[in-house]
Design a protein around this ligand. Sequence first.
Ligand SMILES: Nc1ncnc2c1ncn2[C@@H]1O[C@H](COP(=O)(O)OP(=O)(O)OP(=O)(O)O)[C@@H](O)[C@H]1O
Ligand SMILES: [Mg+2]
Length: 378
Amino acid sequence: MTDFGDAGPDGRGGLDGIPGPEGGAAGGFADAATEAALSAFPQAGDREVETALRPKKLGDFVGQPRVREQLELVLESARKRGVPPDHVLLSGPPGLGKTSLAMIVAAELGAAIRITSGPALERAGDLAAMLSNLAEGDVLFIDEIHRIARPAEEMLYLAMEDFRVDVVVGKGPGATSIPLEVAPFTLVGATTRSGALTGPLRDRFGFTGQMEFYTPGELGHVIERSAALLDITIDDAGRAEIAHRSRGTPRIANRLLRRVRDYAEVRADGQATLPVVRAALEVYDVDELGLDRLDREVLGALVRSFGGGPVGVSTLAVAVGEEPTTVEEVCEPYLVRAGMLARTPRGRIATAAAWEHLGLAPPSDAAGVDAGAPTLFD
Ligand SMILES: Nc1ncnc2c1ncn2[C@@H]1O[C@H](COP(=O)(O)OP(=O)(O)OP(=O)(O)O)[C@@H](O)[C@H]1O
Ligand SMILES: [Mg+2]
């Protein structure tokens, strides 16, 4: 199972309270905004806009053809049989639309949605309260379900299977267990780390949707839709440019679109044409492959200071003045996916594509010298 990292260790997070470019100094584009432009994790200022941009129906949801079709069948067949559909698990990296899809499931069913998250369910009682408030056919959405506490998880097994829970009252020998009926509901769980889910929990989902990174073409549609909703004028070439630099992630595409809008309004005439988009993304340090300064520093250190590796991640982190977890969980997943960095048992190595991206000739023994370019951008 793939691990996509957790919302916690995002080294570039923690920007709450720091104004984005909207609230920044006159004409200036804050440094913090530059750093966070390419994070897949939500940043300050993303939340409200994201609510406005969330697709509301399956038909508005761009991309993920496989998950969409599978989900359509699950929902339609449940509708035909007049029962709540199987429990649904949505798994994949941050910003790919898990929360959006959970809300769509409820909307498509015409059902109410109750929202909670793994970290909020610290005690079994927290979950029991949630469950006992459900009405028949409701959707219960548990975000970051891999972070649910053990006792709550065990209670969830029974609720998912038999629509009942046993609430334990008291402690020690005098403790009694009171059975409680739960209205038939559909659980939608979301996780960035399906590998961290226990087997028994995973097995109780009737359907697992594995979200994939988006192609530039799909991101182009996401951007088109968002631009219309936000009333931003952007041409086809400008859209394609943002799509290629968004790391396969709608959240990043939407954020870059907003940064481009800011730039276009301040420095151009509000029209996001290709040259304007390019200039804007330069200000935000987003290069043609969607790498930012830290990504390039990591690659640069790997190539220039360590001859392309192998080198351990902590050494690499020291070389760029970052925490190892930041390098490992923020930079590396994308660099690996883009085919520039490989994790080997002996350490990190730069592939030929990394040397070339930095404008250097790869040594003849660099990984992937004749394997061709990364597939992500085809
Ligand atoms: N398929 C899509 N079509 C259009 N917009 C999308 C799509 N997927 C995601 N988005 C946009 O990206 C934003 C982030 O998506 P969402 O919050 O659903 O991601 P997530 O997978 O739940 O992320 P996290 O793991 O951080 O919770 C949404 O607000 C929405 O605007
Ligand atoms: Mg989410």
